[in-house]
Design a protein around this ligand. Structure first.
Ligand SMILES: Nc1ncnc2c1ncn2[C@@H]1O[C@H](COP(=O)(O)OP(=O)(O)OP(=O)(O)O)[C@@H](O)[C@H]1O
Length: 265
C-alpha cells in the first residue's frame, strides 16, 4: 500500500514560487485508486513526485521502503508511469514502442518472453493488429493505447496513469477500465489513475482520492463514501443530480455551474 507523507511541492517559475501542495498525506489502497480533482489541483504534479520526475519534500512509503530515497533504477523497476502528454513522432513501429516499456528488464537481446509479453499486452488492449504499423501514422487515440501498452507491458508493483482515457472512444474507455480492474484484482498491482470522468471512477475504482483546487485532500474513501452532491458543489462548483444503481454504485449528472462568473446559467 502506497502512503504519501508530508508531501510539499512548489514550481519555481519566472514569476516566483508557485506552491502546488503542502504537507499532503494520502494513503492509497491496494487495488485500483482513482484520483479526482479540478484542473490545476496538482494531480499530475503528485504523480510526477511519486515517480521521482520532480523532487518534493516528504516521503512516500511502499512495503516499508521510502521510494523517494530509492535509486532511479530501483524506482523504474518498482513503478511504471504514463504521463498526460505524450510524444507525437517516432520512427519506431508499435511493437518496438511497446517493447521500450520493458527496458528495465531487457537483456542484450530481445527474448521470446519479451515478445510474448508485448503481444499479450497488445491483445489485451485489442490493438495487436497495429503491431507492425509505424507509430507516427496512428490516430491520437491509437497512439494513446500504444503508450498505455508501454506502461502495462511489465508487471511492476505500482502503475501510475495520468488521464489514460483521454482521446479514447467510449468502447475503449470501458475496455481499458475493465482491463485495469482485472490487473488490480488478479496481479496484486497497485494502480493510481487520474481521471476526470467521475462516473468511470465511481464504477471501477476501489478507492477514490479527491484533491481540491488548492492541492489539499478534500476526501478519500470508497466511491459510495466520496461521491456526493456536496463534494461536486464544493470541489467542482457544479450542481449535479446523483443516483445509485442496484449495487450502490453512484452515478452523477451535472446540471449547472455555480461559479459566480459563469456566463451560461
Ligand atoms: N512546469 C510548471 N511550472 C509552473 N507551474 C506549473 C507547471 N506545471 C504545472 N504548474 C502549475 O501547477 C498546478 C498543478 O498543475 P497540475 O498539472 O499538477 O494539475 P492537474 O490537477 O494535473 O490539472 P489538470 O487536471 O488540468 O491536468 C497548476 O496551477 C499549474 O498551473
Amino acid at each position: 500500500m502506497l502512503k504519501v507523507e508530508n508531501f510539499s511541492f512548489s514550481y519555481n517559475s519566472t514569476k516566483g514560487m508557485h506552491p502546488v501542495f503542502k504537507e499532503l498525506d494520502i494513503t492509497f489502497s491496494n487495488g485500483l485508486n482513482a484520483m479526482l480533482g479540478p484542473n490545476g489541483a496538482g494531480k499530475s504534479t503528485l504523480l510526477k513526485c511519486i515517480f521521482g520526475l520532480l523532487r518534493c519534500n516528504g516521503s512516500a512509503f511502499f512495503g516499508g521502503r521510502d521510494i523517494t530515497r530509492m535509486k532511479t533504477n530501483d524506482k523504474t523497476k518498482l513503478m511504471s508511469y504514463l504521463p498526460q502528454m505524450d510524444i507525437e513522432m517516432s520512427s519506431l513501429t508499435v511493437l518496438e514502442m511497446v517493447l521500450l516499456g520493458r527496458l528495465p528488464e531487457l537483456g542484450q537481446r530481445v527474448s521470446d518472453e519479451d515478445l510474448k509479453n508485448v503481444m499479450d499486452t497488445l491483445n489485451a488492449l485489442n490493438i495487436a493488429g497495429l503491431a507492425s504499423r509505424s507509430f507516427s501514422e496512428l490516430s491520437g487515440g491509437q497512439k494513446k493505447l500504444v503508450f498505455i501498452a508501454q506502461t502495462l507491458v511489465r508487471e511492476p508493483e505500482i502503475i501510475l496513469l495520468d488521464e489514460p482515457v483521454n482521446s479514447l472512444d467510449l468502447q475503449k474507455q470501458l475496455e481499458l477500465c475493465l482491463l485495469l480492474r482485472h490487473i488490480a484484482e488478479h496481479k496484486d498491482i497497485e494502480i493510481i489513475v487520474v481521471l476526470h470522468d467521475i462516473n468511470l471512477a465511481a464504477r471501477f475504482a476501489d478507492h477514490i482520492i479527491v484533491l481540491d483546487e488548492k492541492g489539499r485532500m478534500y476526501s478519500s474513501g470508497t466511491p459510495h463514501e466520496v461521491i456526493s452532491k456536496k463534494m461536486l458543489r464544493e470541489v467542482y462548483g457544479v450542481e449535479a443530480s446523483l443516483s445509485h444503481d442496484e449495487n450502490g454504485i453512484p452515478s452523477i449528472s451535472p446540471i449547472r455551474s455555480i461559479r459566480d462568473s459563469s456566463v451560461i446559467a
